[in-house]
Design a protein around this ligand. Structure first.
Ligand code: G1P
Length: 289
């Protein structure tokens, strides 16, 4: 089985739900405590064995490149000031992985964003991670669980979790076939079905292991009425031909593309930080609002 080394992270969206904060700052750079959301996603990939990462950028995203680049001036200032902790953090960011960028000119859907990765990916299986989902699992990163599932099945893998029925219409929902433990055969993947037509409550959560045939499929996938080509439709075509599995991963997942999910992530990551835990706990216990 080919080792999965490459990951693609689409980050071209406008971040409309976080305006005005995202007028000049990419939503991927909004911090959870002190770390941009995108860095959590890159760290998950790196901790899963990924060494090459392609970030799909759009307009106004230059600071993403700066964030993962070396900052000689800042390093010198920190060195002179003896701030070794910060110096290490800053250096680590620029040494995590080989990070490449491509700029998507038109905002025409998740499928077209992934198609930008064709040359980068070549002829290998690869991972796709959406930046709106942050998954906390210090034992085994979500992506590593999916890579292992791919090694087991040899089929494309959708990272999934059960969601409450009333929230299911926000997701790509799996119609499962045979279910064995954490694996469910994908019969159908329906993008944002209405609540009265849910095939299940097993939702696809922004993590995929795909094979390079997805690029040809994407080129032949018709656009939706809004002009966008959806990755979900291409995955459905592959599920129909060579098969796909939904894998229910372990981990606490935050929808940081949503304001409430973003605030929950901020509080819980704050509570995990030993320098903040006591002060934040105290504050939350005594909060009267
Ligand atoms: C995208 C996908 C959807 C998936 C979701 C997970 O939707 O199209 O299938 O369930 O991410 O976060 P979006 O949230 O970008 O509308």
């Amino acid at each position: 089985m080919t080792k999965i080394r490459k990951a693609v992270i689409p980050a071209a969206g406008f971040g409309t739900r976080f305006l005005p904060a995202t007028k000049a700052i990419p939503k991927e750079m909004l911090p959870i405590v002190d770390t941009p959301t995108l860095q959590y996603v890159v760290e998950e990939a790196v901790n899963s064995g990924i060494t090459e990462i392609l970030i799909i950028l759009g307009k106004n995203k230059k600071c993403i490149e700066d964030h993962f680049d070396i900052s000689v001036e800042l390093e010198q200032i920190l060195m002179r000031a003896g701030k070794d902790d910060y110096l290490k953090k800053i250096r680590d960011i620029s040494q995590m992985a080989h990070i490449y960028y491509v700029r998507q000119k038109e905002m025409n859907g998740s499928g077209m964003a992934v198609l930008e990765a064709e040359t980068f990916v070549g002829n290998e299986p690869f991972a796709v991670l959406y930046g709106d989902d942050i998954i906390y699992n210090p034992q085994k990163p979500c992506l590593k669980q999916l890579i292992d599932a791919f090694d087991t099945t040899g089929k494309i893998i959708l990272g999934c979790q059960e969601v409450p029925k009333e929230e299911a219409s926000k997701y790509g929902i799996v119609k499962p076939g045979a279910i064995k433990g954490k694996y469910a055969e994908v019969i159908n993947l329906v993008e944002k079905p209405p609540i009265d037509k849910l095939p299940s409550t097993l939702a696809s959560i922004g993590r995929y292991i795909l094979t390079p045939d997805v690029f040809d499929v994407l080129k032949h996938t018709p656009a939706m009425p809004n002009g966008e080509v959806c990755l979900t439709d291409a995955i459905q075509t592959i599920a129909d031909s060579t098969g796909a599995y939904a894998y229910t991963f372990d981990g606490r997942r935050y929808d940081v593309g949503d304001k409430l999910g973003y605030i929950q992530a901020t509080i819980e990551y704050g509570l995990r930080d030993e320098n903040l835990r006591d002060g934040l706990t105290n504050y939350l216990k005594n909060l009267k609002f």
